[in-house]
Write a protein that binds this ligand. Structure first.
Ligand SMILES: [Zn+2]
Ligand SMILES: [Zn+2]
Length: 360
């Protein structure tokens, strides 16, 4: 019940989003907002209306400044969690320039601009999928001006971040545990696989699922909001290989866990990686996926969720495409073509640009 009252209180403070919930207007506007980055032409809708997602970083390398990170909040509530933090301040600035935060107004007494205010006051915690730099560099670099907040991680990820970065050598220890001296700004919340916990000071919960990513354990985060019995969900993946290539069942286990939510139309979107086009050899995937491998996995989810039409219209946001310095066709254009060519499930693939804001 506490979660419900928090959402209601936030909605009262947010008359625009509140008004969007009026029945018919909401359906029409949600249809528009669900698809469109606010600066682009609207596309048709899936369901929409549960979450707002701002893409802070959408590539998997090799250029810094646009690496995996997504701000996620329930609609009608301005408190975000970041799913990965490869890029933070660059992404906040890019999103601000695109108008993604036009409705955020720092208090007059605030010493910070809007981007600083969002970082310190509106980003309430981090979900870090694994310790690779392209998923945590933005957090490390922003840490001197960040506010105290939790970092939600699987224990193996906690251990690697503490050992590799918060060690007084690669970076100062901004956590409240581990190597001395400790600056105490961040508190690690260790997650048990499959067990939902509240994301502090938000109206969301998170459930972690371990993923196979080459030699590294990565994480999928199931983020949920809303009253018990009617919770909406969004699934945000860190890097992952496909089960077939990884000789694993980790994705199969995620699909089995979320299938009931797909059947109930409560899974609003999936954010997942496709790093390389189909031509990438299997032995050079390094724990990542191609379009054909993601489609195999989505077929597995559809099978769990009631068959081939179960995912029709489901937004699937594609991140972590490997930027390349080589000349030739853009990998994102090739990946888009390959995803569309194999899309017999009718899912709605979205390849976002940095700073885009969407409602799901
Ligand atoms: Zn990785
Ligand atoms: Zn990565």
């Amino acid at each position: 019940m506490a979660v419900v009252s928090i959402v209601s209180a936030e909605m009262r403070r947010d008359p625009l989003e509140n008004a969007l919930r009026a029945p018919i207007v909401a359906a029409l506007l949600a249809a528009v907002l669900a698809q469109a980055p606010i600066s682009a032409a609207p596309l048709p809708s899936h369901a929409g209306g549960a979450f707002t997602v701002v893409a802070l970083g959408v590539r998997g390398g090799i250029q810094d400044g646009n690496l995996s990170s997504y701000l996620i909040r329930p609609q009608g509530d301005d408190r975000y969690v970041a799913c990965d933090a490869g890029t933070l301040v660059n992404g906040l600035n890019a999103a601000d320039r695109k108008g993604a935060f036009a409705d955020v107004h720092p208090p007059a007494a605030s010493l910070e601009g809007r981007v600083g205010y969002i970082l310190t006051d509106k980003v309430k915690g981090y979900l870090i999928s694994h310790a690779h730099l392209d998923h945590i560099a933005g957090l490390l670099l922003a840490s001197p001006e960040d506010s105290a907040k939790p970092i939600y991680v699987l224990p193996s990820v906690h251990e690697r971040i503490a050992r590799s970065y918060f060690n007084g050598e690669a970076w100062a220890n901004f956590a409240d545990t581990g190597t001395e001296p400790r600056l105490g700004k961040y508190h690690f919340e260790d997650l048990q696989p499959g067990r939902a916990v509240p994301i502090a000071d938000t109206a969301m919960t998170v459930t972690a699922f371990p993923l196979a990513h080459g030699h590294v354990e990565s994480t999928a985060f199931l983020i949920e909001t809303g009253p018990d019995g009617a919770r909406d969900a969004l699934l945000c993946f860190g890097d992952t290989g496909s089960d077939r290539i990884e000789h694993a069942t980790r994705l199969h286990e995620v699909w089995a866990a979320v299938a009931p939510r797909v059947r109930e139309h409560r899974l609003k979107a999936i954010i997942i990686e496709v790093s390389f086009p189909n031509a990438q050899p299997d032995n050079q995937l390094f724990g990542h996926m191609t379009p054909v491998q993601l489609l195999e996995e989505l077929h597995d989810l559809a099978a769990h969720a009631g068959g081939k039409d179960a995912l029709r219209g489901l937004p699937v946001v594609i991140g972590h495409i490997k930027y390349t310095l080589k000349s030739g066709p853009l990998p994102q254009a090739q990946i888009r073509r390959e995803l569309d060519a194999g899309n017999d499930l009718g899912v709605r693939f979205i390849i976002p640009e940095q700073g885009d804001r969407r409602a799901f």
